[in-house]
Design a protein around this ligand. Structure first.
Ligand code: CP
Length: 318
């Protein structure tokens, strides 16, 4: 695999392979020295045109834990603000001969375009409303650790499905792993035809008690050019997951950042059922596994070099 552009491109076996690799990095993370030399001498560029805390920090740390050199560029404060195009920015950063470029961009399809302009492996860290594949992988990893398997697990994805790349990637990934998915939200926030991706649709929370997992989505106010709900207060009254609506046996997930008091109550966020912190921790080891798969796996190892340049096994400390 050269690039990770979508979850759509991955088979169930490929997803499981990445998650198994992430498990081995979790083991490395429990050691005193958490760094391995796998990507020594290689460079990972992260290029973010939208704000991020979790994805950008965990990709940077994942690359550092694998001993890569890391260059992080945020559009704000860079020459993008002087009008440099995406193509020229990618050409500029490609001059450093990076092994990978991690890109987040508001335009759906941006990662795919970047893959056509660079020799580096490209990782989609979120492109508009399209996909966020590493989020889906870390969420499947989190659930697999908790439940053992997603086969037959009923998952309700609740909230602003229309503007959510996480909803799309997770729906595909959860289905591929054998879960039964329902998407739920006001009709204005559910994309027409989403059933074709293989899910049920609900326009209210009646019936949510059947779910083993409740996955709440952030209201993406920055992507809303019009009013999709009468007010956030009225949205919360109908769709907020709070301790009254969350059953004690249900698991609660959210990709973050959370609008506290809108899609989730403070109590629900801090409840024992909440996996939000586990999701963030999973992001590190899953993103290490993605970088390993692309850059040190069968297709990603440097070519035309001898035995000595082969990637170092995971178990060897840096
Ligand atoms: N879940 C997620 O993508 O979070 P960030 O925007 O903080 O990266």
């Amino acid at each position: 695999m050269k690039h990770l552009l979508s979850i759509e491109q991955l088979s169930r076996e490929e997803i499981e392979g990445i998650l198994d690799r992430a498990e081995s990095f979790a083991e490395v993370g429990r050691r005193d020295i958490k760094k391995v030399p796998t990507l020594r001498g290689r460079t990972v560029v992260s290029l973010f045109y939208e704000s991020s805390t979790r994805t950008s920090s965990s990709f940077d740390l994942a690359a550092k834990r694998l001993s890569a050199d890391v260059v992080s560029v945020k559009a704000a404060g860079s020459s993008v603000e002087k009008g440099e195009s995406l193509k020229d920015t990618v050409a500029t950063l490609s001059a450093y001969d990076p092994a990978a470029i991690v890109i987040r961009h508001p335009y759906a399809g941006a990662a795919q375009m970047v893959a056509g302009w660079t020799a580096a492996s490209v990782i989609n860290a979120g492109d508009g409303k399209h996909e966020h594949p590493s989020q889906a992988l870390l969420d499947v990893y989190t659930l697999r650790r908790k439940l053992g398997s997603l086969e037959g697990v009923r998952i309700w994805i609740v909230g602003d499905v229309l503007h959510s790349r996480v909803a799309r990637s997770n729906l595909i990934a959860f289905n591929r792993m054998g879960a039964e998915v329902t998407v739920c939200g006001p009709p204005t926030l559910i994309p027409r035809g989403i059933e074709e991706l293989g899910c049920d649709v609900a326009y209210g929370l009646e019936g949510i008690e059947e779910a083993e997992v409740v996955y709440a989505l952030r209201m993406q106010k920055e992507r809303m050019s019009e009013s999709f709900v009468p007010s956030l207060r009225e949205y919360a009254a109908s769709f907020q997951i709070d301790s009254r609506r969350l059953q004690p046996r249900q698991l609660l997930m959210h990709p973050g950042p959370v609008n506290r008091g809108v899609e989730l109550s403070g109590e629900a966020i801090d409840s024992p059922q909440s996996l939000i912190t586990e999701q963030v921790a999973a992001g590190l080891v899953v993103r290490m596994a993605i970088l390993y798969e692309l850059l040190a796996g069968a297709e990603g190892a440097p070519s035309g070099e001898g035995e000595s340049s082969r990637p170092t096994p995971i178990g060897t400390p840096a």
